[in-house]
Design a protein around this ligand. Structure first.
Ligand code: FAD
Length: 247
């Protein structure tokens, strides 16, 4: 059976929850149907709060097999859904929906921008990725796919966090960087005095210092907290990138 269609709902069981940083857990779900997602695709957890109000939230797996997927989820103590997930018993059943994102990577340097309305792919030689916190998940799924398949895509990741304790998938990213010559990773931290890498927020000077000069074969991507996304969208404009997509 092929993968379930976009926007179709399905049931899944929570089978694993391992703490991976001070505020983030790796959740593992077993689905009743084949839900193998493509790199950067996401699903939605459909839930209602105690007043019956919908609290639907999106998540991007970093591992997606036929009926099993894993996703790191940061817990917001004041959030609506994540505190429920943090306490949920293993074997709890959840309703989910497969979603179509703003960018699909179909392999061999081919990207489909706005796949909901567009079926044509575009080829890029270089991808720039600016991610903050849990915004790493779509970038990571593309990086993993490119490295595993030895696609000739040049990848530049700028990963922003508060401190080194907040960096998600640190070991996995560093392993991929060692194994995959076309991946360049730069970390930037804004609340770790004494850190001997880049410090502060992402700025135009930071982009110029870590990314290659863009051309028509470069795609810029980003995913992070709302405030960071606004800044990065402006920075990309000033960096003269023609193609920019927020995951
Ligand atoms: C395409 C996509 C993919 C995503 N993938 C992932 C992923 O892989 N992993 C992941 O962890 N997250 C991911 N997210 C984020 C995720 O969907 C949720 O937004 C997140 O888990 C928070 O959900 P919540 O219901 O717990 O918090 P929310 O209730 O949405 O609140 C989040 C934070 O905002 C604060 N807040 C809420 N309302 C207000 C307000 N009115 N004013 C000020 N502050 C407020 C809350 O106190 C809390 O700190 C993704 C989002 C998108 C759009």
């Amino acid at each position: 059976m092929s993968s379930i269609d976009y926007d179709k709902t399905f049931d899944a069981t929570l089978v694993k929850r391992d703490q991976i940083t001070h505020d983030t857990y790796l959740f593992g779900f077993q689905s009743d149907v084949d839900i193998q997602l493509e790199p950067a695709e996401h699903f939605q957890i459909l839930m209602k709060d105690s007043d019956g109000i919908d609290i639907n939230r999106n998540y991007t797996p970093i591992l997606s097999q036929k009926r099993y997927f894993e996703v790191p989820i940061k817990i917001y103590p004041q959030g609506s859904l994540t505190p429920i997930l943090a306490k949920m018993s293993i074997n709890t059943r959840l309703q989910m929906q497969r979603k179509i994102g703003k960018l699909a990577y179909v392999g061999a340097n081919k990207f489909i921008i706005a796949p909901k309305i567009n079926k044509q792919f575009q080829i890029f030689k270089t991808i720039l990725m600016i991610c903050g916190g849990t915004g790493i998940t779509p970038a990571y799924s593309i990086i993993k796919h490119v490295c595993q398949n030895k696609d000739p895509l040049q990848m530049h990741l700028l990963y922003a966090n508060k401190t080194s304790q907040d960096i998600l998938l640190k070991d996995q990213i560093s392993k991929l960087q060692n194994e995959c010559p076309n991946l360049k990773v730069t970390h930037i931290l804004d609340k770790e005095p004494g850190y001997n890498g880049l410090q502060g927020y992402v700025s135009l000077n930071v982009l110029k210092s870590v990314f290659p000069s863009p051309n028509s074969e470069t795609i810029g991507t980003y995913c992070g907290p709302t405030a960071m996304n606004k800044v990065v969208a402006e920075l990309y404009k000033n960096y003269n990138l023609q193609t920019v997509v927020k995951f």
